[in-house]
Design a protein around this ligand. Sequence first.
Ligand code: GLU
Length: 464
Amino acid sequence: MIRVRFAPSPTGYFHVGGARTALYNWMLAKQSGGKFVLRIEDTDAERNKEEWVDGICNAMSWLGITWDEGPIRQSSRTQRHVEMALSLIEKGDAYYCDCRREDVEERNKASERTKQGYDGYCRERNLEKSPTTVLRYKVPADGSTTVNDLVRGEVVVANENIDDFVLLKANESPLFVLANVVDDIDMEISHVLRAEEHLPNTPKAVLLFKSFGKEAPLFAHVPVLVNEKRQKLSKRRDRVAVEDFKDKGFLPEAMINYLALLGWSPKDNREFMTLEEMTAEFSIEDVGHSPSFFDEKKMEHFNGVYIRALSDTDFVHLVLPFMEKSNWWEGSDENREKLFRLASITKERVSLLGQAPDLLMPIFAPSIVVDDTLFEKEVSPHSNLISQVAVLCQELDCFDAPSIEAMLRDLSATSEIPLRKLQAPIRVATTGAKAGLPLFELWEHTGRERIIERLIAASQNSNS
Ligand code: GLU
């Protein structure tokens, strides 16, 4: 049975790179009825924060990346890690070492040794445990270690190029590779699919699996994500937190779809796929070697497509939290009903849910604000036309979109001002913006009284 794990260290927010790794693991497990384990690698007490653990779990849940087991805290398993490390001493695969960093550096300098790092000084000293000794792994002097990576192919490293790495610090706290391998053994992980940055440590992991008498899992190291300057995405420089994208109004389905395609594509190269379809077709062997460009604009384009495919009911449900963040929204039944009627024209014009409130503001907010420069440019020169439109609005029998359209078309014909040109000043005067929802519908839903009020105010302000 396929058993995978996603093993984040809670040292920061959950970012798109982590989300893609988690997603690939999830698809790999789900396509064969396997299990997905969530393991929190929280052994670095100084850099870990509890809030990051919550952030990771919440963002994963929002994306729909569910776990079958866990979250398991690596920190709760320290005793087991120590016990396994100590078992290597009897096997002759680990030894205590009391060298200080300065000693090693000095010896390296004095000798002709080209390789830096630890020189194996304590290998045969048979030291006992003391408060200053670390426990090191004894890397075989000869031969080589092979990592069979499903993405990278075969990676062979000569053992002489692998330092005797530390398993336990002097205070007995376990180091990354040890804890990682022991957990993978105990959790019976069959596939380790993770970020490429872990590839250099993998030969050490392979050696440890062998020393523990276990077969190593299959490895797959997925290439990094880069920004538009081809720099590796950095949590600090690039704003790539999944939570931020959620707050902007990305849909999880759109993000999942886009992220899956960063490094993998289905055989026929189609782009829009459901999670189910992607899961059925995903294959690690088809994951590429080269870095993938994380293009937020493209992801936003995906999002627009997903938004337009929503039912009106779902759209209203999803957009309401964004409306509620504004200070002008009143959540009455009447407003919700109106929002529902506006859903189809709004969906067509947004690529993020967070863009909807600005478009809908002129309809729901009691008053609008028009920027001075925009007013001078677009509204002031047309005050006569604007007051004329106000009168025509008053005279209309019914203030609905078709009647408003007919009224403005008539005016355009008699005044010989093209409809487009005629719409510009009255749109700015009644919405505060040069573009937005279709004007006739927008006016109908705003209501005659408010539209006339805004037109009159605009024409008066232009005269003054
Ligand atoms: N804890 C590691 C990280 O967050 C991942 C280790 C692994 O997947 O093996 O980068």
